[in-house]
Structures are given as C-alpha cells and as structure tokens.
Ligand binder design. Structure first.
Ligand code: PMT
Length: 222
C-alpha cells in the first residue's frame, strides 16, 4: 500500500463545540463530525501520524488515529496548540464563534413573569487563524467554510482573512451537503483559483482532499 504521507504529522479538528450556559444547558451546532473524521481516516490511510481533536460526537475513532476529545472552543484551542507542531492542519470542526460570558454555577431558573432572557456572549479565539499565524507554521493549513449563501465570495474572503492555503467551502442548510449528511459538495479555494468537488460521499471527498494536501506538500521545498 502506498504511504505518501509517511513521516508527516497531520492535525485534524472535527465536530461541534458545546458552550455551556449552566450545568445542564449549552449552545451547540449540528456538526456530526463525519467530514473531519473522514479526513482523519484518509490521512491515516495515506500513512500519516494523525491526531484528531474531536468535539462531542458519536463516531468511532478511525483506525490508526490518535483521538483527543474536547467539549468547548477554548478546550479545542488548547488541545490543538498542545498537539502542535504538525506538518498539516485541517480545521473541519464547527467551532463556536461566541461563548457565554459567564457559565452559571447552577441551573438558570425561570422566576415567573419574565418574557425573555438575555444572554451575554463573547467572541471565542479563532483556532484556524491562530494556527496559520503560529511559528513554526504547519506547511499546509486547510480550513472549511460553512455558508448558507454567497458561498464562494465568503469562502474567498475567509481564506484571505485567516491566511490559509486551502479553504473548502460547503453550503449548509440544504439536504445532501454540509452538516450531518453522509455526502457533501465542496469548492476548494487556493491562491490560484478554485476546484469543485462532488457531490460525493464525505469518505471519497476526504480522500481527494488528502491527495490535494499531499500534492501541495510534495511541490514545496522542505
Ligand atoms: O461534521 P459534519 O456533520 O460532517 O459537517 C461538516 C461541516 C459542515 C461541519 C464541515 O464540512 C465544515 O464546514 N466545517 C467548518 C464549519 C465552520 O465552523 O465554518 P466557519 O465558516 O464558521 O469557520 C471557518 C473556519 O474557521 C473553519 O475551518 C473553522 O474550523 C474555523 N474556526 C472558526 C471559528 C473559530 N473560533 N475557530 C476556528 O478555527
């Protein structure tokens, strides 16, 4: 079996993050982890040493992958930076952009009579942008963009803003792609242009993404 990523360390994030409001409630999202787990499996099949940092999901760990489970965006940030350096970073996790300013120590109660509840949220740290700015920087940094509209223009803007080499954009909120589905449809943006992939299974798309990463590593001087 060919192992084009033998000797390479690949760090992948997958799944959602859960941001706790109190001991029983949290803010989360619909990521199942399938896309990121498929990338981790494909990288391991290509011979890489793979560290998979997973938010709360119900998926088995792919063969040959070292998995670290986390819950919140802050925990994922810390786990990623503890696992660096790496040759490749792939950020497939749906990381919360905002987290509650405070976690209530006990269950938030209705008092009766109130018509609503205001939550104060604060920004989380951007793991992908921080990895891209970190030195030594992984040779290939790949992000995803989950968008409901203007997918390509938002994706191009995100690639530039976060200084990533490859940005895989997917439309979310439609059946057969994005969150939860076994399938996806991607447009991968790099500095030279874009490549449409799929619709196809997340497993096959992940193999193609890993091939793109491998080609990029091979084309660069050590
Ligand atoms: O898990 P599945 O059900 O299989 O669904 C797959 C998926 C839709 C979650 C996946 O394909 C995907 O698009 N993942 C990225 C989702 C996302 O959070 O997109 P975004 O456009 O909000 O973020 C852009 C990039 O920044 C992502 O690489 C994200 O990991 C990263 N990010 C965002 C916020 C933050 N605080 N830190 C980050 O690293």
């Amino acid at each position: 079996m060919s192992a084009p990523l033998a000797g390479r360390r690949v760090l992948v994030t997958a799944g959602p993050t859960f941001e706790d409001l109190d001991p029983v409630r949290f803010l989360g999202n619909r990521s199942s982890g399938k896309m990121g787990f498929a990338v981790a499996a494909a990288a391991a099949d290509a011979g890489a040493e793979v560290v998979l940092i997973a938010g709360p999901v119900h998926l088995p760990t792919p063969a040959g992958v070292h998995r670290i489970d986390v819950r919140s965006a802050a925990q994922m940030h810390a786990a990623v930076f503890a696992a660096l350096p790496a040759d490749v970073y792939v950020g497939a996790a749906a990381v919360a952009d905002f987290t509650p300013a405070q976690v209530a120590p006990s269950k938030i109660k209705k008092r009766g009579g109130e018509t609503g509840l205001e939550l104060q949220l604060v920004r989380t740290r951007d793991i992908l942008a921080d990895v891209a700015a970190h030195r030594p920087r992984p040779r290939v940094v790949m992000g995803f963009a989950a968008e409901t509209d203007d997918v390509d223009s938002h994706a191009r803007a995100k690639r530039a803003a976060k200084d990533v080499d490859l940005l895989a954009a997917n439309r979310v909120g439609v059946p057969g792609s994005g969150f939860e589905s076994d399938d996806n449809q991607l447009v991968v943006h790099d500095a030279a242009g874009s490549h449409a992939l799929g619709p196809d299974s997340k497993t096959r798309l992940a193999t193609t993404l890993v091939a793109m990463i491998t080609a990029r590593l091979a084309s660069e001087a050590p």
